[in-house]
Every structure is written in structure tokens, then in C-alpha cells.
Design a binder for this molecule. Structure first.
Ligand SMILES: [Zn+2]
Length: 267
């Protein structure tokens, strides 16, 4: 008798847990106006450290496709297929309203990002504010923080994932008037219908860390939000290495402050 009660309470307990797990899924599916996208319910795959850090060649990576030239400012760029399909639909809808979306940058793998980073680290390339970090800054951590204002550290870019795109212009000001403003407003009103969200919104109390605001950068969150969650689960600062200045990754806390320092719609 005693053991029956015990069994009953165990199944009741498990039942409650099970219902509790179901509730958010049902809620997400029935809710017409979810406050936050619920991409976590559709996990088919988990992404490992190697992938998340962009250690692969997108040209040879299953699931990646070449972006047709007409959608981009140059040929030879790649995206994950689902992200490109969503972009094509979004672009067509925008065109009908006189807004012309063009991809300026898409997938950049680790070695591509390492090239950009090391040129800046060695002072072979100046930052856009004229700083030559090799000449002007002695302290390695300060050097890295300065470069991080403009470029991501290899291994920490969402562009590694094949889910993120830069649109039309790399200048925030362009999006503040005329055609640029019209495009920005259209995207803010419509991009979410196609799965695109901005990870690098303005820095404030809700996004205190990370890369500066980028009005051109959009992320295909049905894929990239789960990737962000995988990064949170598996990626650690000590993984971020293999380039000049990588010893600063742990001092800065790049995983916490940069990879996870994104708008909540993208994680
Ligand atoms: Zn970008």
C-alpha cells in the first residue's frame, strides 16, 4: 500500500514535469504574438566548437550555397541554404515596395577573419578612425579592445555561421536618411516575418557588451539563435586561439561579452 502511494506520487510528479515541458511548446505554437522568437523548440542539430569558430571552408561545406551574383555586391559569397532562401523571399517583398536589398558580406570563415584581424594587429591596416594599433597602443588587451570596436576576433564572428548578412552599406549614417532610412524602416517592420533580426542593436542597459551598433547586420535567427545557445553551452575563451593576440580573449571574456553580447532576439 505504501509502495503504491509512492509509485502514484512518482508518476504524478513526472506527469507534472512533462506537462510543464509541453506548456512552453504549445504556448509558442498557439501564440500569435510571441514576444520573443522560440527557435529552441525546433532543434534538429547541435553545432560544435569547430563549426561555431568557422573552421571550415564554406565552398565545401554541406548546407552552404553560393549566393547568386544578382543578390550581392560581388560574386563568390556563401550562405546556409535556408538563410539564402529566406533572404530571397524577403528581397522580393521589399522590391515590391521600392526597397532594394543587397548583400555586401555573408559567410567569413576563421582564416578570412584571422587575415583581417592580424593586418590590424600588426598595423598593416589602420582602423577606420585612423588608429594604427601596432604603433599607437602598447597594451595587448587595449589593442584587442580597440580592434574589437570595428572587427570581430577570429572565432567569435556570427559571420562564421552562414546565417548572417551585411546589407547595402557599412555606414550607420547611411541608414539614417533617404533610401537608407527607408530600407532600415522596411527591415524593422518586415524582416522578422522572414526570420531576420539585428544582433548588434544600440548598446544600452539591455545590451551592455559586444560589438558596436551595426544597422547593416542581420541574422537569420531560426538558425543562428540555436547556434548562439550552442556557443553559450560549449564555447569557452580558451578555444579562441590560433591568431596574434589571442591571449587577450580570456582577459576580455570574448565569449561572454562579444559572442553572447547580442540583442535577445538573436540568442
Ligand atoms: Zn556583419
Amino acid at each position: 500500500m505504501k509502495s503504491m502511494n509512492f509509485k502514484k506520487s512518482i508518476s504524478l510528479f513526472l506527469g507534472v514535469i512533462f506537462m510543464g515541458m509541453l506548456f512552453p511548446i504549445c504556448y509558442a505554437n498557439n501564440s500569435t504574438e510571441a514576444l520573443k522568437p522560440t527557435f529552441t523548440t525546433q532543434r534538429e542539430q547541435h553545432y560544435g566548437v569547430h563549426y561555431l569558430m568557422g573552421h571550415f571552408n564554406p565552398k565545401k561545406m554541406p548546407g552552404f550555397v553560393k549566393i547568386p551574383r544578382k543578390y550581392a555586391s560581388r560574386s563568390g559569397m556563401y550562405l546556409r541554404e535556408e538563410a539564402l532562401d529566406a533572404f530571397i523571399k524577403m528581397r522580393a517583398a521589399a522590391r515590391k515596395e521600392g526597397v532594394y536589398l543587397k548583400i555586401r558580406s555573408a559567410t567569413r570563415n576563421f582564416s578570412h577573419q584571422k587575415e583581417i584581424w592580424e593586418k590590424k594587429w600588426l598595423g598593416k591596416r589602420q582602423l577606420s578612425d585612423g588608429t594604427n594599433v601596432a604603433r599607437d597602443i602598447a597594451n595587448p588587451k587595449q589593442k584587442a579592445l580597440k580592434i574589437l570596436q570595428y572587427s570581430s576576433m577570429p572565432g567569435t564572428s556570427r559571420h562564421h555561421w552562414g546565417t548572417d548578412i551585411d546589407l547595402n552599406s557599412f555606414n550607420n549614417k547611411w541608414f539614417e536618411k533617404g533610401k537608407g532610412l527607408a530600407l532600415f524602416q522596411w527591415m524593422n517592420a518586415n524582416a522578422a516575418k522572414y526570420g531576420f533580426y539585428r544582433p548588434y542593436t544600440v548598446k544600452n542597459a539591455t545590451r551592455p557588451y559586444g560589438y558596436n551598433e551595426e544597422k547593416w547586420h542581420w541574422s537569420y535567427a531560426p538558425l543562428s539563435a540555436p547556434m548562439t545557445q550552442d556557443a553559450q553551452r560549449t564555447l569557452r575563451d580558451h578555444h579562441i586561439n590560433g591568431f596574434l593576440g589571442s591571449e587577450t580573449a580570456a582577459q576580455i571574456g570574448v565569449v561572454q561579452h562579444y559572442i553572447l553580447g547580442v540583442n535577445e532576439s538573436c540568442r
